[in-house]
Design a binder for this molecule. Structure first.
Ligand code: HAM
Length: 415
């Protein structure tokens, strides 16, 4: 068994070949899709002041109460590894003045949550997220959902399910909470311990409790939209109408609340049947986040990239399909041939060919085995005695055919 010194922390992992090539493909596809929707990339720091997350996500949320990696820096600063990307993105936006309030941005990067690691739940995971800044607007919410669904399709996912709901406005949050408390009150004693605590602090979270007895109670509750204003109900109807217009399939789930406090109006989650209990591929919604004395409004989402990899595997799309392969592997028989192969490879690489070779002398058999493992389509074999004639053997590994050719003809032949 490997020792602790060579293993990463539990719930965190190295990303390397073959997964990394899949991730590079997913990231470049995402950049392409986001640019078609007029979004620009932002890279915010991984470490931020703890207060930023407490203020933005809400101090009664699970993330803030239980899941933040926070360090005390010299007794002066409390710093937190970002558990999500929206808080930092909005901090950046609010540094851009008036112009920031209409920006359209995306981010790709690691997030950290101090959770008990299990399938689908990691301590370091990666999100691809987007934020469209601007005042509440049902059309923008629908555009954001449609963009996300488009991205999932471009990645090759076909079995995603979009569920949407509304949380109403920030102003009517208390009325909604009170309506729910009144409806839950007769069953208070039958709620689980967590929900009894949530009853006062964050009653909406009772709606998505996984405890079977809470679920029975929740199933008999009136739909939360009935506690909302006519305007909020009309806003939500408009989002649904736009999704139909944009050809985005969805279902309304009145029990969907999302775990972060900054949401208002539209919220959504996208799930996939290849994921187990943690079946959310991504989540998003419209939000209002306090910054100094103002509130910054926007709509956005974040997709969990580890879960995307699992969902892709469920649809038969595997990292190995994206493995990088050299165009040609150069086999050297003799010291002079090795040096000459290095010179040739350098020239070919400058011309855009991917070349692999060993820089130490090895047997022909060992080099051919390495060529096979590399996945190269072609092998060039050169011995010291062929150098003066400018000749080599060119072998096509899949066809097994080999012929003597001029070394200068190789790039043209393999292209
Ligand atoms: P979230 O639902 O907390 O939302 O996270 C989004 C996605 O990140 C989840 O659906 C899941 O795929 C992935 N994820 C979350 N926690 C973990 C974990 N411990 N291990 C693996 N994957 C995980 C947000 O983070 C919001 N900032 C989304 C947003 C952006 N809302 C508006 N703008």
């Amino acid at each position: 068994m490997a020792s602790d010194q060579v293993l990463p922390v539990k719930g965190m992992s190295d990303l390397a070949s073959p997964e990394i090539e899949l991730w590079q493909h997913l990231e470049s596809t995402a950049r392409g899709v986001f640019s078609r929707y007029d979004l620009g990339e932002v890279r915010t720091p991984v470490l931020e002041r703890e207060a930023l997350f407490v203020r933005s996500l809400g101090d009664t949320t699970d993330v803030v109460q239980k899941e933040m990696f926070t360090l005390d820096y010299q007794g002066k600063l409390r710093l937190t590894l970002r558990p999500e990307g929206t808080a930092g993105a909005i901090r950046y936006i609010s540094s851009c003045g008036q112009e920031g309030l209409s920006k359209r941005i995306y981010y790709i990067g690691p997030m950290f949550r101090a959770e008990r690691p299990q399938a689908g739940r990691r301590r370091q995971f990666h999100q691809t997220g987007a934020e469209l800044l601007g005042d509440p607007n049902a059309l923008a919410d629908a555009e954001c959902i449609a963009m996300q669904v488009h991205l999932l399709e471009e990645w090759g996912l076909k079995r995603c399910r979009v569920q949407i709901n509304t949380r109403g406005t920030v102003q009517e949050r208390e009325a909604v909470a009170q309506g729910l408390r009144d409806a839950l009150n007769p069953s208070f004693d039958d709620l689980c311990e967590d929900c009894q605590r949530r009853f006062e602090q964050n009653v909406l979270r009772v709606l998505d409790c996984k405890n079977p007895s809470c679920q029975t109670i929740v199933a008999a509750l009136p739909n939360v939209v009935t506690f909302m204003s006519d305007d909020s109900q009309a806003y939500f109807k408009e989002v649904q109408h736009m999704l139909e217009l944009l050809d985005v399939p969805y279902t309304v789930n009145p029990r969907l609340v999302r775990g972060l406090d900054y949401y208002e109006h539209t919220v959504w989650e996208i799930s996939h049947d290849a994921l187990g209990a943690q079946d959310a591929l991504s989540g998003g919604g419209r939000y209002s986040i306090p910054v100094e004395k103002k509130a910054v409004n926007g709509v956005g989402f974040a997709i969990g990239m580890e879960r995307i990899q699992t969902a892709l595997a469920g649809e038969g799309i595997l990292p190995e399909q994206f493995a990088g392969k050299p165009d040609v592997f150069l086999v050297s028989l003799g010291d002079a041939a090795l040096k000459e192969n290095m010179r040739t490879a350098q020239q070919w690489r400058r011309d855009g060919l991917a070349c692999a070779l060993h820089t130490t002398a090895r047997s022909m058999k060992a080099q051919m085995r390495a060529a096979d493992r590399s996945g190269a389509a072609w092998v060039v074999i050169r011995g010291d005695n062929e150098l003066s004639e400018g000749a080599c053997q060119l072998k096509n590994l899949s066809a097994g055919e080999q012929s003597a050719v001029s070394i200068d003809a190789v790039p043209g032949l393999i292209r």
